[in-house]
Design a protein around this ligand. Structure first.
Ligand code: CIR
Length: 256
């Protein structure tokens, strides 16, 4: 069986200064955020994932959203070049952490930009949201790195949300789920299922029938339970205020 490891990073003391694109700024309770990050990690751990902490990047308010710094595929970890220049300081520590876990690495280079939150994978299909933090050059570089490994890398236009995975994620069978008002074109996905809450679009696959979701999507969680999934919910309110979601708080490593 492949290992299940998840890379996380502790919230920066400056979390409240995190970037906002679509939301208005709200006060952040840092102590609560730290508790929510611990609870998130403990939930992954209890579900069979070894949780590894990347070196802190406390000078970067958004560093807890570690998913944006890496894209893992097979034994390769692509080290991103985040679209927001303020976030590029987060990358070196993430690269160190993933190399220590045995991954070989490659980097997205200027003028390319790519955020991990724009990359949705299911088996060998890799959808990449282009038009927000990720640009055409970043997409082309990622495609050139992953195609030789057997991936089919597909660009998806993104205009309505911060990252592709703010709009859509995928169930274990590859059905893409999303809150339709925030999905540019559901028709680009071979199988698409609409959900009734914006946060209901975000699932982390813990295993073939277990999902991790935000507590802010109770009706969608129930609809997935009705379909036979076990759903674990975590409250990530402080991260949602900064346009983060349940996927972006870890990098799931299934490749080695
Ligand atoms: C940012 O704007 O970069 C952060 N405030 C939120 C990043 C969330 N990342 C993600 O959904 N993958």
């Amino acid at each position: 069986m492949l290992s299940q490891r998840a890379l996380v990073r502790r919230p920066s003391p400056d979390l409240a200064k995190g970037l906002l694109t679509h939301l208005a700024r709200q006060p952040i309770d840092l102590a609560l955020a730290r508790q929510q990050a611990r609870n998130y990690a403990e939930t992954l751990n209890a579900a069979g994932w070894a949780v590894i902490e990347a070196p802190p990047a406390d000078d970067s308010p958004d560093s807890v959203f570690i998913e944006d710094t890496l894209v893992a595929y097979s034994n390769l970890a692509v080290v991103t070049r985040p679209g927001a220049p303020e976030r590029r300081r987060e990358v070196p520590g993430a690269e160190v952490a993933v190399r220590a876990l045995g991954y070989r690495t490659a980097r997205i280079l200027a003028p390319g930009t790519l955020d991990g939150g724009d990359v949705l994978k299911h088996d060998n299909l890799v959808w990449v949201g282009v038009g927000g933090r990720t640009n055409e050059a970043g997409f082309e570089q990622l495609a050139a790195l992953l195609t030789p490994l057997g991936a089919t890398v597909v660009p998806v236009e993104l205009t309505k949300v911060l990252h592709l995975k703010s709009a859509v994620t995928a169930l274990p069978d590859g059905t893409v789920i999303g809150y339709e008002p925030l999905v540019d074109d559901p028709g680009v996905f071979p199988r698409f299922l609409g959900v009734e809450e914006p946060e209901g679009a975000h699932v982390v696959l813990l295993n073939h029938n277990r999902l991790l979701m935000a507590a802010s999507a109770p009706r969608t969680a129930q609809s997935f339970r009705d379909r036979g999934f076990e759903v674990l919910s975590v409250d990530i309110s402080e991260f949602e205020k900064l346009e983060g979601c349940v996927t972006c708080l870890s990098v799931r490593l299934r490749g080695l």
